[in-house]
Design a protein around this ligand. Sequence first.
Ligand SMILES: NC(=O)C1=CN([C@@H]2O[C@H](COP(=O)(O)OP(=O)(O)OC[C@H]3O[C@@H](n4cnc5c(N)ncnc54)[C@H](OP(=O)(O)O)[C@@H]3O)[C@@H](O)[C@H]2O)C=CC1
Ligand SMILES: O=C(CO)[C@H](O)[C@H](O)COP(=O)(O)O
Length: 473
Amino acid sequence: MEANFDFGMIGLGVMGSNLLLNMADHGFAAIGFDLKQERCQALEAAANPDTVVKGVGTMAEMVLSLKKPRKMMMLVPAGKAVDAVIESLLPYLEEGDIVIDGGNSFYRDTLERVHRLQDKGIHFFGMGISGGELGARLGPSMMPGGDQEAYQYLKPILESVAAKAGDTPCVAYMGHGAAGHYVKMVHNGIEYAMMQMISEVYDVLHRGAGISNEQLHHIFQHWNEGQLQSFLIHISADVFKTKDAETNHFLVDMILDQAGSKGTGKWTSQEALDLPVAIPSIDAAVAARNLSVYKEQRVKAAKVYGSATGKIEFTNELVTALENTLAFGFAIAYAQGLSMLAKASVELKMNIPLPSVIQVWKAGCIIRSALLGNFTAAFEKEPQLPNLLLDKDIADLLKNREESIREVIAQAIKAKIPLSALGSALAYFDSYVSERMSTNLIQAQRDYFGAHTYQRIDREGVFHTEWNVENDE
Ligand SMILES: NC(=O)C1=CN([C@@H]2O[C@H](COP(=O)(O)OP(=O)(O)OC[C@H]3O[C@@H](n4cnc5c(N)ncnc54)[C@H](OP(=O)(O)O)[C@@H]3O)[C@@H](O)[C@H]2O)C=CC1
Ligand SMILES: O=C(CO)[C@H](O)[C@H](O)COP(=O)(O)O
């Protein structure tokens, strides 16, 4: 069998077939494996003329057709399928071969796979991919992590197929071990927070101010031309104008208010707790999706407590305040995610280059936004900046929008509209910028009931007090 293909793909579903076609368009001879013959045929049928694309039904044919060092990727569901693919591949792999898992795998699983395959001389990469179907076909954002030397073999292919922000490709080496999947996990955590914040602003405008989907479409379209320019605002504008073919109602109004999730947001929260690092807006977004699932209970509770919201007056000022509120919230969501990466980079010895993370997120991915442009300078000044809020220019950005978010949240509280992600973004901000928090009282309480000791502000050391034991239980 002649080994004349540049890249192999395992799993010719939505992501695998599109990314492979993208590689072929960039001049790489591309071969894909899928057990289903119709997927192989569909791949070949979708290929552009003058590109080299082949679909095969055996793993052996795919692997043995690749030039060495062999470069291949699997785009299969996370979990058992990834291990099943690895087991099927192993008999055909050789030392120096490179296998990428481009799915949304849990980074701890990836780390175990990196080590398992390292023992056999095989380079295993965990690579987050963002951008969905269209992104995979035309230019995704990609977050690969693994062996830095082996990355040099992947770099030319990945850079040519990646989305571009200006002239710079939105793919870069994200660090050792499972860094690629860790960065993608946090990307998705931020995605959860931004989506939740947008839905909260929608709630203020729709249930609170009573404006129509047409108006919402125009407002979001307008926002997408300014400071909020982003993929998520763009698609939301599109959503508001879309009609349901069956009923001719606006489709968004016909969709059940129960949010799905596949786990990456939850993992981000769980991992943040372990580090530990505070990412309350991401936590709030995960919790909001969970709460949404309890529809039956919510319907019962609404009957008991009433679910009617108060009226919020619709004015141009409100629209501007909401725009600033979202910009503030988005910046805090990024700040929380990036602070998590800064900490994980050190604690988990992944060496994640934060300036590259910003670059990779600038185009192609779900959380791309104009705001990211403001962060480049911050990380150029201090590449391992522990928190964006410490940068002077970001401080100006937040201070200029602080009044708006306080006003919006105050109005929403009165109107009974829950702003859990936005509210927690402001509380995070207020806590982070507090020279003195109220946690001195917590320390006193811990020492009172458990002799856990405390430190003092006026001298070094660890102290315990015999608090008033008269009333103790
Ligand atoms: N869709 C999206 O927008 C995004 C998806 N991802 C991630 O990419 C990965 C792939 O997603 P997507 O392309 O949407 O999924 P699809 O369901 O469209 O495709 C999955 C592919 O994996 C194959 N497959 C499943 N199990 C096995 C197995 N045990 N052995 C070999 N092949 C197997 C399927 O084969 P067949 O059905 O032919 O048997 C199919 O070709 C997932 O991890 C997903 O989370 C990441 C970013 C965005
Ligand atoms: O990775 C993605 C986008 O970046 C996938 O679309 C993922 O499925 C989104 O997560 P969830 O399904 O939990 O909303």
